[in-house]
Design a protein around this ligand. Structure first.
Ligand code: AHR
Length: 517
């Protein structure tokens, strides 16, 4: 048979497979164009509730086992997660933060009131040194948010010099005096946070002017140019993105955007993190999927002003936001984390991977004890949430090449509404491994998925991992920390050189790796 005939046959097989298999995923193994930036798997830690204090930092004198003040259990769990980048100190807190309060001898640091989060007294015992040393312990990049609305350009410049300069200048010498000889390798600087809201209630035009001024001074002091991140839009506020791109695209290297999933009626009643049935489950997944449209639209607007895609889109806050756990401080945003939240994380990360040409960072809110956390703590106890496990299962995507794919999925229907049941993304890492992450949102039905690898032959399929649990609202507790945890996944079958079938359990996330030739 001639080459052309083989080609025609292959195209027909492909067409027939997607036309007739109800659930089919075609992966184009030779068509990679874009790399999945590892920073899509980034995190966020704010001076909010028990994220920093109690969650990450207990101080060196604590009875809780610690490494120079960092909780040992949390540190080890985060190290195992290999987090690529950590955003700090906020959030809304960032625009009230004066960095000089958080340096020098701890007993001399001024106390302030944390006006946004519970009105508690912040003693500044966790400051610049504690944060940047944490990043070094975690082996991750630092993303520092500068105070734009209640700070000054001078204050920001001094901070940058303090952190990054190796020169014989006042701020670098102050750092040395405070015990740190070498500058830190800070990579990202946020120019304010939510400047349309808690960060100053600005119009986009007003913020654009400030952004240009701050950005003009936000680099060139240390060994590298900082990546300057403009404070981005609230969810679907496309006008914000348009104005900033039009007015200031050349002054920034990335533009943020924030999106929180709310399953309940709205901000006034976000609904319980644990006490929900199928209606709130469905709505949570459905609202989570909205991020696809938001990212596509923000990216399309950015394309109009930045055709070469120089400016990255950073979704520097995302995740599900529920009512707080009963009996906890409403200003601390402490919520439990269920299998539903793991599915939201899985589908969202698949969406970010699919948009990796523009989305180059994302920071789930937040790392410990706040919102959709990786880790919860209580006294000296700690647990890994279902969302933690998703991040662990998706590790293979970091810095891998996105493989284009075409997914045909049956719908998951509830109460007259429907969403696609399956979500997926696939990537090829430099060592040749193909990582596939697939989820089935339907809580009532397992789904058989036929996967065709186009352009390469499957040589082996490794046992994968599956995350599921008895119920969509199953959670891990301090007494039962492993109710929702990954198990070995073997429910796959190689059908031919190019085709495998996978049986996705109901309400599950699956990660699989293949070797192809
Ligand atoms: O993550 C909690 C808060 O949500 C952040 O401080 C703020 O930026 C956003 O509104």
């Amino acid at each position: 048979m001639k080459v052309q005939s083989y080609l025609v046959l292959a195209i027909m097989v492909l067409f027939l497979s997607t036309a007739f298999a109800q659930n089919a995923l075609d992966i184009y193994a030779n068509a990679a164009e874009h790399r999945i930036n590892k920073n899509i798997y980034g995190h966020f830690a704010e001076h909010l509730g028990r994220c920093i204090y109690d969650g990450i930092w207990v101080g060196p004198d604590s009875d809780i086992p610690n490494v120079n003040g960092y909780r040992k259990d949390v540190l080890e769990a985060l190290q195992a997660l290999e987090i690529p980048v950590l955003r700090w100190p906020g959030g809304c807190f960032a625009d009230t933060y004066h960095w000089m309060d958080g340096i020098g001898p701890v007993e001399k640091r001024p106390k302030i009131k944390n006006v946004f989060w519970g009105g508690v007294i912040e003693d500044n015992s966790f400051g610049t040194h504690e944060f940047l040393n944490l990043c070094e312990l975690l082996g991750c990049d630092a993303y520092v948010s500068a105070n734009v609305s209640s700070g000054t350009v001078e204050e920001m410049i001094d901070w940058i010099v303090y952190m990054t300069s190796d020169d014989d200048v006042e701020m670098a010498n102050l750092r040395r005096q405070n015990g740190r000889e070498e500058p830190w390798d800070v990579k990202f600087i946020g120019i304010g946070n939510e400047s349309w809201g808690c960060g100053g209630e600005m119009t986009p035009e007003h913020y654009a002017d400030l952004m240009k001024t701050y950005s003009s001074y936000a680099r060139h002091y240390g060994g590298r140019d900082l990546v300057r991140v403009g404070s981005g839009a609230n969810s679907g506020d496309y006008n914000w993105t348009r104005v900033l791109m039009e007015e200031g695209a050349r002054f920034i290297d990335a533009l943020g955007a924030h999106y929180y999933t709310i399953a309940g009626e709205g901000w006034h009643n976000k609904s319980s993190a644990t006490d929900f049935g199928e209606a709130l489950y469905f709505r949570g997944i459905q609202q989570g999927l909205r991020i696809d449209e938001l990212v596509s639209t923000h990216a399309a607007i950015m394309d109009q002003y930045d055709r070469r895609q120089r400016v990255g889109l950073f979704i520097d806050e995302w995740g599900i936001w529920t009512n707080v756990e009963p009996g906890t401080n409403p200003g601390f945003l402490y919520q439990q984390n269920s299998l539903r939240d793991a599915l939201i994380a899985a589908t969202t990360l698949n969406i970010f991977n699919q948009h990796c040409d523009r989305v180059r960072m994302a920071n789930i809110a937040q790392t410990v004890n706040v919102l959709q956390a990786m880790i919860l703590t209580e006294g000296d106890r700690m647990l890994r949430t279902p969302t933690y496990h998703v991040f662990n299962m998706y590790k293979g995507h970091k810095n891998a090449l996105l493989l284009p794919s075409h997914l045909v999925s049956e719908d998951y229907e509830f109460d007259g509404q429907s969403i696609p049941a399956i979500s997926s993304s696939t990537s090829l890492s430099d060592d040749g491994t193909i990582t596939m992450t697939v989820s089935n949102a339907n809580p009532n039905k397992a789904i058989a998925l036929e996967i065709t690898v186009v352009g390469k032959m499957i040589s082996s399929i490794q046992d994968g991992a599956v995350l599921t649990a008895p119920a969509v609202n199953s959670i891990n507790t301090f007494d039962q920390p492993d109710v929702v945890k990954p198990a070995v996944f073997k429910a796959f079958q190689k059908e031919s050189d190019h085709v495998l079938t996978v049986e996705l359990p109901s309400k599950s996330v699956v990660a699989l790796s293949l070797q192809c030739k």
